[in-house]
Each structure stands twice: as C-alpha cells, then as structure tokens.
Design a binder for this molecule. Structure first.
Ligand SMILES: NC(=O)c1ccc[n+]([C@@H]2O[C@H](COP(=O)([O-])OP(=O)(O)OC[C@H]3O[C@@H](n4cnc5c(N)ncnc54)[C@H](O)[C@@H]3O)[C@@H](O)[C@H]2O)c1
Length: 324
C-alpha cells in the first residue's frame, strides 16, 4: 500500500487512474484546480476512505509542498490539454504546463536530498514529436515543431521543456522518474469541449447531428483505451528499467479520422451525416495539423508486454455507453 499523489486527478485520465489505484488499496490524494477537470469525474469515489480530494492549483508552491509530504509515489497529470484550448489560450498553456512542473521537480529534489525516494510518473504527449514526417515515431526521434507564430506548437514545446527538466533531474539528482508520451487516449469521461475528436463524434452521432471532420479527414491517428493506458502506467511504475526513460504509450493501430467518423456512425446506429470543415473554420488561420501520428511501441512492449486489450470498436462502444 502506497501513499500516492495524483495531480490533475479529477481530469479524464487522472480519474480513471485514481479509481484503479484505490481498487488496489492505495491511499490517493488528488490535487486538481478543476480548470478542465470536474468533481463529477470522481463523484462515485467520494466516500472511499482511501481518497483525499484537494481543490487547488499545483502552481501554488505552499500547497504543493504540503501535499507532497509523506507521498511514496506521484503521478503528474495536471496540464492544459486539448488542441482547441491551446489554440485559444496559448499563455495559459505555456504557464500551466511549465511552472507547476518546475515546482514539483524542486519539491521532489528536496525529498530526495532528505533521503526520501518518491517514484514519479510524468505525463507527456505525442505532440512533442511535432510534425516529424516519419511513418512511426520512436522515443529517440527528432522533435519537429512549426513556427512560433503558430500557437498550436506551444503545447508540444511546453511538454518538451517539462521532459528536458525531468530528465535533467534524473541526471543531476538521480530522481526516479518515468516519462510517458501519450498518443490519443480516449474513453468514458473524456470531454469534447476542448477539441477531443472521439467524444465530439459520439455526441454528434447520438444527437443525430453532423459529424464535423476537419480538412479532408485523412489525418491518421491511433486511439488507445484509457483503461489500457492507466494499467500500462502503473505497470511501468513497477518496472525498474522504465525509470529515467521516455516511453511511448498508446495504440499503434492507425485509423483515418474519416474512417473513425464512419465507424462511430455505424456503431451508434446513427443517421448523422459527415460534414467537412477547414482548419480555419474549426480553429483559426494559424492552425497547422499533424497528418500522421503513429507510435513505435517497441520500448514499452519490451518492458511490460502489449499494453492494448481494447480495439477501436470496443472503445467507441464504451464511449457511446457512457453517454447514453
Ligand atoms: N488525453 C490524451 O489523449 C492525452 C494525450 C497526450 C497527453 N496527455 C496528457 O495527460 C495528462 C492528463 O490529460 P487528460 O486527457 O486527462 O486531460 P484533463 O484536462 O482531463 O486533465 C488535466 C487535469 O489537470 C487539472 N489541472 C490543470 N492544471 C492544473 C493545476 N495547475 N493544478 C491542479 N490541477 C490542474 C485539470 O483541471 C484537469 O482535471 C495531461 O498532462 C496531458 O498533457 C493526454
């Protein structure tokens, strides 16, 4: 049984992780400022004796230093997330993704200097690969960002800075940190409010409204179930060789956005049409997309085996069921 801190625990991935760790009898403290998360995500857990919910900002140094005391493990998930949010609020994205991470690393350094080891998971993103044109991305591949006049890249760059900082702390202070780069994690409780494609599509299909596909719909993505992802990250935290490494986490089963829309309509038994929207209509003229985003999963498979038990149809079914 461990004392665990989850930053961003009232968010989509964080709430599933909280649930998983509580079922394994750990004590979990969530800190969440509810900027994109919601108490509804953890409402069903509120009477669990192992759960402590702290409504607050981990960018508040005093609060962070308080909640990190006596924790054996930290899962750092708090961040500004979602392409639509990032396109609209780049300052928020950059500040929210970098400063709290700096504070967290400083607090972890203090703990290790006192001889106290806190194993930590950092959630990064496939966005750090930017628009690298390779068929699939390995963790050692180059990061290829667009111009700074295109705010979209600020998310990937801010997360890349977090990775650099975390890896520097691994090197200089021997901090035990696992860095996971998530690729399109989806499932129940994900909100479509910040541009996430699957909940948007399923909501539209269930309402009989058109599914808005951006550009030509031939963008390639790989979707992984949040259940598989949360299990994978807890396994990585039990795997010695994962520490100090960057690890792709997700599915490597590619699907085009247009095919995803078609599958959603079929699985929801919907009469909805598909409509096409330009990126300028969906975001603004500065928006630049990533055409293909597929991870190379060799590293994670060598460490914990295949992380994916759910295919895209099962994922769509689960999202549909959660919304009906
Ligand atoms: N969902 C994905 O496909 C995906 C892909 C790549 C990376 N990620 C990463 O996974 C993590 C979790 O993402 P998610 O999809 O669950 O998004 P989410 O928005 O649901 O979760 C983020 C949570 O962090 C909270 N938060 C943000 N800033 C905070 C702060 N300063 N203090 C306290 N709480 C704060 C939000 O309120 C929210 O509950 C993020 O770090 C994100 O960058 C997610």
């Amino acid at each position: 049984m461990s004392e665990i801190l989850i930053t961003g625990g009232a968010g989509f991935i964080g709430s599933h992780l909280t649930e998983l760790l509580l079922t394994r009898n750990h004590s979990v403290t969530i800190v969440d400022d509810l900027s994109t998360g919601t108490p509804a995500n953890v409402k069903h857990l509120e009477h669990h004796s192992g759960l402590t919910f702290v409504h607050g900002d981990i960018g508040n140094e005093e609060l962070l230093n308080e909640v990190i005391q006596n924790k054996d493990q930290v899962y750092h998930l708090a961040a500004a997330v979602g392409v639509a949010l990032i396109a609209k609020q780049p300052i928020e994205t950059i500040e929210r993704n970098i400063y709290p991470t700096q504070l967290l690393l400083a607090a972890l350094r203090e703990r290790i200097e006192r001889g106290e080891t806190v194993t930590t998971f950092f959630s990064s993103t496939s966005e750090v690969y930017g628009k690298n044109p390779k068929e699939s991305w390995t963790e050692e591949d180059d990061l290829v960002f667009g111009a700074t006049t295109r705010p979209r890249w600020s998310y990937g760059v801010s997360k890349a800075i977090d990775e650099f900082l975390a890896l520097a702390c691994v090197k200089e202070y021997n901090l035990p940190i696992v860095i996971g780069r998530f690729f399109n994690v989806v499932g129940p409780r994900q909100t479509g409010a910040y541009g996430m494609v699957l909940p948007r599509f399923v909501q539209a299909a269930l309402a009989g409204e058109p599914l808005q596909v951006h550009d030509d719909g031939r963008q390639i993505r790989c979707f992984s179930h949040v259940y598989d992802v949360t299990r994978a990250i807890t396994k990585l935290m039990e795997t010695q060789e994962a520490f100090g490494k960057v690890i792709n986490i997700g599915s490597d089963n590619p699907i085009s956005i247009l095919n995803l829309a078609t599958r959603v309509i079929e699985i929801c038994g919907s009469t909805s049409n598909i409509e096409f929207q330009t990126y300028t209509e969906a975001y603004d003229a500065s928006f630049e997309d990533i055409r293909r985003r597929v991870p190379d999963l060799t590293r994670i498979r060598n460490m914990i085996g295949d992380p994916n038990e759910h295919d895209i149809d099962q994922i769509i079914n689960d999202v549909r069921d959660s919304l009906t």
